[in-house]
Ligand binder design. Structure first.
Ligand SMILES: *[C@@H]1O[C@H](CO)[C@@H](O)[C@H](O)[C@H]1NC(C)=O
Ligand SMILES: *[C@@H]1O[C@H](CO)[C@@H](O)[C@H](O)[C@H]1NC(C)=O
Ligand SMILES: *[C@@H]1O[C@H](CO)[C@@H](O)[C@H](O)[C@H]1NC(C)=O
Ligand SMILES: *[C@@H]1O[C@H](CO)[C@@H](O)[C@H](O)[C@H]1NC(C)=O
Ligand SMILES: *[C@@H]1O[C@H](CO)[C@@H](O)[C@H](O)[C@H]1NC(C)=O
Ligand SMILES: *[C@@H]1O[C@H](CO)[C@@H](O)[C@H](O)[C@H]1NC(C)=O
Ligand SMILES: *[C@@H]1O[C@H](CO)[C@@H](O)[C@H](O)[C@H]1NC(C)=O
Ligand SMILES: *[C@@H]1O[C@H](CO)[C@@H](O)[C@H](O)[C@H]1NC(C)=O
Ligand SMILES: *[C@@H]1O[C@H](CO)[C@@H](O)[C@H](O)[C@H]1NC(C)=O
Ligand SMILES: *[C@@H]1O[C@H](CO)[C@@H](O)[C@H](O)[C@H]1NC(C)=O
Ligand SMILES: *[C@@H]1O[C@H](CO)[C@@H](O)[C@H](O)[C@H]1NC(C)=O
Length: 680
């Protein structure tokens, strides 16, 4: 029960809302938020697993009125649209009363612009999902519930319409959606983390990322069916063991995708704080390891193969999970498989150049992959450095040293063959190509294969890809990827430019969250540079309505705002060690927190009126230790720092390529005032 055992006790006692977990699922989730407060108004999660529509949209102009408990289909009103007001997913039920025979069509969609008599696309084939029909054969009343395998994983709008003769009047009442996601939680709002800043938009974006991750955390028997069905949809695929698992998207693919987890898992940990779903997702990848050591690109039943990058993301995901949860049993259980997976991919390193030569060429949606691709090489570097950490954690120092040596050699090869010093960014591969990709350059900074000078140069170069609504990816031309942009924003923070990072968060995620046709509550998989919801429609996607509007791989701002704006990150097992390095950007204040098995971590800061002082409170579990790098905002090199009433004078230092006042902070609660010494 991985760290949530304490909460299980409540449900065994039969207390509170334990009955509101999904169907037969045993409740193991918490009952109350870890940090209750005013910021709960930003939390999108419904307060009950049973939700009603909020509004009824009718007429050609879809004018809206509040849902009053029933809607009537008639000759005058052959169609009504129920708006749940935000992204939801699960099983719809209703009651009806008709004055004769009728056939009622039901169709679901995430985006407002795909409202119609058929659902948006999700089945994965090139055929439409279509709609379900409720066949009312005679006058009278009855009730209807969507069959379990027709669970609609993600939608905001439900359209009900006369698909037969319109002369009958049908009164549809008690429309109810039983939420399927986050199946083990009795209270969907009981987040283990929180965030609030002086910027309303950022607050909403943080919570939209968190809520998206909840919608992507699903019962293990509700994966998309493989082989893909035609003319309709089926969500009855078995995704793994356990009762809850994290997938890529609410509507689709409803499969475990380890690359997506590279963004989704840190953001889930620092917000909702439920990691059992992560352990189950990683475990299924190891369970399906191939004989040669390779791991699938996606979990069952999809089990797509041949992706070197996604193979490595499972290994990086293992590090993230073990770091956050200190689940050394999980690591030990999979350690042989982990090592075999490392040897499999390291075996592809070319002895002459020292670079990985990619042969498993599937990847996120980038157009090209293969040969000595830079994104893949940088991911391998991260795989080896995190592998070294894990080997040390398990007590194999020799192996840890081997992985480190390999990482060091690779770092040299990457900078020798892939860095274009005249341009100031990484090329897409070790040829004369002039494509400088968003993914490799963002990841190079994030995964630390660079110097401070390189970071600064990359950060400025990346801005050249931006338009008004996001970063257009050179390696997926015409498209904006909030997945890759989730790495990019972190690279701007790490290059020390919080203003730039916040600009991209507002311009891309803020744009979507305020879009009148979006869900207004989640983060989208991707979109075209002109703002149409038609991600990859030019390449490979079956239909423009296929885009997922609740895709965890786009939730990067959630962890980034906690790690770089509030400034708190876990650096050792379960937060045994942590760092505090806030960046203010254009904000006046921010606060946030998260929870590990060791307890609660929390910080809040506020900039003083004069701009040369700021204060913060920090509270972490006793016995833990933090490294703080306190920013220098005025350009003055010295500051008077008062920690719990004790005054000291500190000069700036450079730590991990960023400059500030380096201070050790022990666990417990502390109150700090930083006053920069003007002219010092
Ligand atoms: C509820 O609203 C519908 C329109 O959406 C309307 O036809 C119906 O009369 C209303 N019922 C009540 C009880 O107000
Ligand atoms: C929203 O969708 C409608 C219907 O397709 C379209 O007319 C409108 O332009 C869209 N709004 C935006 C801002 O894209
Ligand atoms: C509805 O049910 C009737 C009677 O069972 C049947 O004849 C008809 O084909 C059904 N229509 C649809 C659309 O399923
Ligand atoms: C529809 O049914 C509901 C529930 O039975 C009832 O309250 C409502 O008055 C009915 N509306 C009409 C127009 O008959
Ligand atoms: C579930 O666990 C069993 C026992 O470890 C394993 O054999 C099986 O493959 C697992 N199923 C999945 C879908 O991972
Ligand atoms: C190198 O990258 C460019 C740009 O993505 C691509 O067109 C080319 O095919 C790649 N070449 C090799 C050998 O990978
Ligand atoms: C990178 O791969 C391409 C295609 O195989 C090759 O032409 C080039 O020499 C390689 N570069 C290095 C440094 O190995
Ligand atoms: C980044 O890599 C350098 C070695 O290249 C290392 O000294 C430093 O500790 C690393 N920073 C982080 C945050 O891991
Ligand atoms: C930070 O980014 C902003 C916006 O792109 C830019 O104007 C500014 O020069 C950058 N600051 C630094 C220190 O690089
Ligand atoms: C992490 O797990 C190991 C092995 O179970 C244990 O010895 C260690 O105390 C744990 N560390 C923390 C910080 O919980
Ligand atoms: C720190 O805590 C004190 C006491 O609760 C409070 O007055 C102050 O506003 C807090 N400061 C910040 C920056 O949150």
């Amino acid at each position: 029960m991985r760290g949530l055992g304490v909460f299980a006790v409540f449900s065994l006692m039969g207390g509170g809302r334990s009955e509101s977990c999904w169907r037969e699922t045993i409740c193991t989730g918490p009952l109350e938020p870890a940090f209750p407060g005013e910021w709960d108004v930003y939390n999108y999660a419904p307060d009950s697993r049973s939700v009603k529509p909020k509004m009824v949209l009718s007429g050609d102009d879809l004018s809206s009125t509040p849902y009053n408990g029933s809607v009537v289909l008639s000759a005058d009103t052959p169609q009504v649209v129920l708006d749940f007001g935000l992204e939801v997913g699960g099983i719809t039920s209703l009651n009806y009363a008709g004055d004769g025979a009728a056939v009622v069509g039901l169709a679901w969609t995430e985006a407002k612009n795909w409202i119609g008599s058929d659902s948006d696309y999700s089945n994965g084939g090139s055929t439409p999902d279509g709609h379900l029909t409720l066949n009312i054969t005679e006058s009278g009343s009855g009730s209807y519930e969507v069959p379990l395998e027709k669970l609609r994983g993600g939608f905001r709008y439900l359209t009900l319409y006369h698909s037969g003769p319109t002369s009958t009047t049908v009164n549809v009442s008690d429309i109810l959606l039983e939420i399927g996601f986050q199946p083990t939680w009795p209270n969907l709002r009981a987040y283990r983390g929180y965030f609030r800043s002086s910027d309303e938009t950022l607050n909403k974006i943080w919570y939209a990322g968190a809520y998206t991750l909840q919608t992507n955390t699903v019962p293990v028997s509700t994966g998309r069916a493989i082989p893909m069905v035609k003319d309709s949809w089926m969500n009855n695929g078995i995704l793994g063991n356990g009762s809850t698992i994290i997938v890529d998207g609410a509507k689709r693919d409803r499969a475990v995708w380890p690359g997506d987890m590279g963004v989704a898992v840190p953001s889930a940990f620092y917000s909702v704080g439920e990691l059992e779903s992560v352990a189950n997702a990683l475990q299924v990848m190891y369970n399906y390891q191939n004989k040669d050591g390779s791991l699938p690109e996606a979990g069952p039943p999809l089990l797509q193969q041949d992706s070197d990058t996604y193979h490595m993301w499972t290994l990086i995901g293992t590090y993230n999970y073990v770091l956050y949860q200190n689940d050394t049993d999980f690591l030990a259980h999979n350690w042989d498989r982990y090592q075999k997976a490392i040897e499999y991919v390291y075996g592809k390193v070319d002895r002459a150049s020292g670079l990985l030569v990619v042969t498993g060429t599937r990847d996120w949606a980038r157009w090209g992959q293969g040969f000595n691709n830079s994104e893949a090489n940088i991911i391998l570097h991260r795989t080896l450095t995190t592998g070294s950490y894990l080997a040390a954690l398990i007590g194999d120092d020799t192996l840890s040293g081997t992985y480190t040596d390999r990482a060091v050699a690779l770092l040299t090869a990457i900078n020798t063959h892939l860095w274009d010093s005249s341009y100031g960014a990484f090329r897409d591969n070790a040829t004369e190509t002039t494509l400088y990709p968003q993914d490799a350059n963002s990841l190079a900074v994030l995964f630390n294969v660079t110097s401070a000078e390189q970071d600064e140069s990359i950060s400025s170069r990346l801005v050249e890809n931006w338009n008004d609504i996001g970063a257009v990816s050179p390696e997926l031309p015409g498209n904006i990827s909030p997945f890759i942009s989730s790495f990019e924003i972190q690279s701007h923070f790490l290059a020390g430019n919080a203003t730039r990072a916040l600009d991209l968060i507002r311009r891309s995620w803020g744009w979507y969250l305020n879009h009148p046709n979006g869900t207004g509550s989640t983060v989208i998989e991707g979109y075209l540079e002109d703002g149409s919801f038609a991600y990859r429609s030019d390449r490979g996607y079956p239909h423009i309505s296929y885009t997922s509007h609740a895709h965890g791989w786009s939730a990067g701002p959630t962890s980034a705002l906690t790690n770089y704006v509030v400034g708190l990150s876990v650096t050792g097992p379960a937060g045994q060690t942590w760092s505090f390095a806030p960046q203010f950007g254009d904000l006046q204040s921010a606060e946030g927190g998260f929870t590990t098995t060791l307890g609660k971590f929390r910080a809040s800061w506020a900039v003083g009126d004069t701009g040369v002082s700021y204060s913060f409170n920090i509270s972490t579990p006793e016995g833990t230790e933090g490294s703080a790098l306190l920013p220098c905002v005025s350009g003055n090199r010295k500051a008077k720092i008062t920690i719990d009433g004790n005054v000291g004078v500190y000069a700036t230092k450079t730590v991990n390529k960023l400059t500030g006042h380096a201070v050790k902070i022990q666990g417990g609660a502390h109150s700090v005032l930083v006053q920069e010494m003007v002219g010092a």
